[in-house]
Ligand binder design. Structure first.
Ligand SMILES: [Cu+2]
Length: 330
């Protein structure tokens, strides 16, 4: 299933999902983490352009470290710790990614949480980031010049016009092995990007404002945030489905994946925060990809295939709980 076909599915199934039940907080039956983390423990997720030069260097160094660590997952195709995460995403796409299901959004905080605890990472230095700078540059039709794509201080820029392989920055000429799609490539293939301003326009501020004005979880977070700004990050960096970010199964091959999804999580948190009593634990929609399966509930298990302890959806609803223990810088 291609990304843009999935986008059509978003639209086609919107009506059905709008009628699906919504699940709200019920402390009497909770099996998830409701322990509040203390304020002085919170990790602050910073927008990339708000990070200092040394913080940017530390973030990229830690992420590159995952490329150098050996695989421990036993998942087919993975050759490094970084690729363990890619293979986990590839394996779980049908059951918790679902693109149009909450699994995609809900699973990411736990992935990033673990990444920040990679052996090379000092959590005190390594803040989470998100890609509002990409959105900002959309407004001036200058996406390609976003500082996050800078070859010297960011993640490197566009792929080669010949084969889309990334040729500058810290991930230049990187070889990946998981994918494309559901396959594996033992001999390796290159990390690809094809920046596309048209696809990226789905993350324009006017679109985001529209999502924030929707009051129920499924229509706001799955069918609006999940469809427009989410898809814009994948298609805008991946050139639709040509580049690594456009590959539904293995989009985490591009290090920008994590920044983009941290940004989507931030949008979700902003939506929750607008009516925290009602929305903090509001969930709904289908679990499986494409739109089939059961309705997602707070006790639906997110299987992490032995990489870490499994979590349930309820564990990743509240950024201030003791598992996530994080907040945002704006
Ligand atoms: Cu995504």
């Amino acid at each position: 299933m291609l990304l843009w076909e999935t986008f059509t599915l978003f639209l086609a199934a919107a009506t059905a999902v709008a009628a699906s039940p919504q699940y709200r907080r019920d402390n009497t039956t909770s099996v998830w983490n409701t322990t509040v983390c203390s304020e002085d423990q919170l990790d602050i997720s910073k927008e990339w352009t708000n990070m200092s030069s040394s913080e940017k260097t530390a973030y990229i160094t830690a992420e590159k470290c995952l490329w150098d660590l050996p695989t421990t997952s036993g998942l087919t195709g993975a050759t490094t710790r970084f690729e363990d995460l890619v293979a986990l995403h590839q394996n779980m796409t049908p059951t918790i990614h679902a693109v149009e299901s909450p699994g995609a959004i809900l699973a990411i905080p736990s992935f990033i949480h673990e990444i920040t605890q990679a052996p090379a990472a000092n959590r005190m230095q390594l803040h989470w980031t998100h890609d509002a700078s990409l959105t900002f540059h959309l407004l001036t039709c200058n996406y390609i010049n976003s500082p996050i794509l800078d070859a010297d201080t960011g993640f490197g820029g566009n792929g080669s016009s010949v084969d889309l392989c990334v040729v500058d920055g810290p991930f230049a000429n990187s070889t990946v092995h998981v994918g494309p799609s559901t396959s594996d490539t033992p001999e390796g293939y290159c990390l690809k990007r094809k920046v596309n301003e048209v696809f990226a326009a789905g993350a324009a501020q006017s679109v985001i404002d529209g999502c924030m004005n929707i009051t129920d979880y499924a229509n706001a977070c799955i069918w609006c945030i999940g469809a427009s700004p989410h898809t814009a990050g994948h298609g805008g960096i991946g050139g639709g489905v040509a580049g690594s970010m456009g590959d539904i199964y293995v989009s985490p091959n591009d290090p920008l994946f994590y920044l983009h999804h941290a940004y989507i999580d931030r949008l979700w948190w902003k939506w929750q925060s607008a009516d925290i009593e009602t929305r903090l634990y509001e969930i709904g929609g289908y679990t499986r990809y494409p739109s089939t399966g059961i309705n997602t509930t707070l006790d639906y298990e997110l299987d992490l295939l032995g990489l870490w302890d499994n979590k349930v959806v309820g564990d990743v609803m509240d950024p201030h709980n003791s598992f996530l223990c994080m907040d945002y810088d704006y």
